[in-house]
Design a protein around this ligand. Sequence first.
Ligand code: NAP
Length: 296
Amino acid sequence: MRLIIRQSSMKNQDPTGTNLLLGILGNPVSHSLSPNMQQSALDALGIPMRYLHLPVEPDQLSGALDGIRSLPFRGVNVTIPYKQAVMPYLDQLDATAQEANAVNVILNDHGCLIGYNTDSAGFMSGFSHGSDALRRGRVLLVGAGGAACAIVAGLMRRVSAITVVARDISKAETLLDTVGAAQHCQTATLSWPVTPAMIADHGIIVNATPIGMQGFSVDRWLPEHATLTALHTCYDTVYIPQDTPFLVEAKRQGAHCIYGKSMLVGQGEVAFQHFTGQCPPPGLMQTVLDESLSLL
Ligand code: NAP
């Protein structure tokens, strides 16, 4: 597999319109809000592409990717559980996918499938430009799965320290090694559960587990006696509900909160640029997402 340049382009897209399809590939995908966000932006710019739900069974993944290659697809988003599983089937990975060790965007360049990762950029878009929080930067990252990997790749050059706390500490260690975080900042791993001392010792607290997500059986990982202050930045990757138990408590204690929907919109906007070579209309994906979330 070859490393390729960062920037995708529409240069090779057939102007006669053979690249008409986009979609989200995963299992399940029926709940995904990406089709609403992407199709609204396509329609607003008058781009004649259709964005589809693409549910795929695990034993059909290879065949589905052959279909993307040979049917008139410009590309697809990839979601749970295939962000790593698709990697061996791709022809090329760009630097973002290599670093995050996961693919959430595939472009089909005349049968050549190229993998990208826009979750890192999406996560970082939640921070305002020149964020003081990042400069202070000691991060406590809760969880060591695929999202955590992309988050470390996004943060490691901008903060002074990243500590990963996970119920399987070996996964936290592997994650930091895979991404090469120690070359860029201080790194450490800690065993579950999260303690008040861990919260006190870090300025940026990120939840990258599903805890707090609507329908998930456990709703709390923040210890009861943890003290959050106005100097803390609290970021929850969970976006349904918007006000997770973590962020409700963070807001109550006066911390700065960043919502999971920032990451979802951010990754979607960068994916759209890969697919179309154009920026989506400013604020449109955010508005569509807010509308969709209000209907759930
Ligand atoms: P994943 O690869 O399955 O990783 C989940 C992580 O959470 C693992 O470290 C897992 O630990 C841990 N975990 C799960 N249940 C736990 C529990 N009860 N107690 C302690 N740790 C637990 O999933 P992912 O792709 O990283 O996604 C994680 C979450 O991020 C998703 O649920 C989603 O809400 C969010 N996300 C948001 C966006 C966005 O755009 N906002 C994008 C991607 C993901 P084990 O390895 O021990 O199971």
